[in-house]
Write a protein that binds this ligand. Sequence first.
Ligand SMILES: [Zn+2]
Length: 137
Amino acid sequence: MNGNGNDNGVGATYYTDADNSWPNTTLGNYIAQTHWGVKETRDYYAVVHGREGYDDLGHDYTSYINPGFTGNAYWTYATEAASFGGSSTGTSPYCNIDVCGHEHTHGVVHFTSDLVYQDEPGALNESFADCLGKLLK
Ligand SMILES: [Zn+2]
């Protein structure tokens, strides 16, 4: 996971922790919350749908928090990454579990139906992501 950077890795700091003990700071809490949401989503897809990761090949993806925009999140198809925007001051990433589930589902849609992200297929893509995100919540 990269925090306080952007969604292409430039200027981002890579955060990982072998014992899952994160700093008790605002940023540490956001990193832990995002990791938890992504892990819960991955576990849901594995247990309920028998799907290993967004691509069903077991790959992980990079999550970006505070990538330089506010109040939204998105999946990037080209780099297979999820970005969770924060507040105008670079805090409060938009990374609740329903948002994590929503973005992960965009990855699943990409590797299953590959719906074009425009018009009706794009609306269906968003609808599937919304439904699975709410289900995870
Ligand atoms: Zn979406």
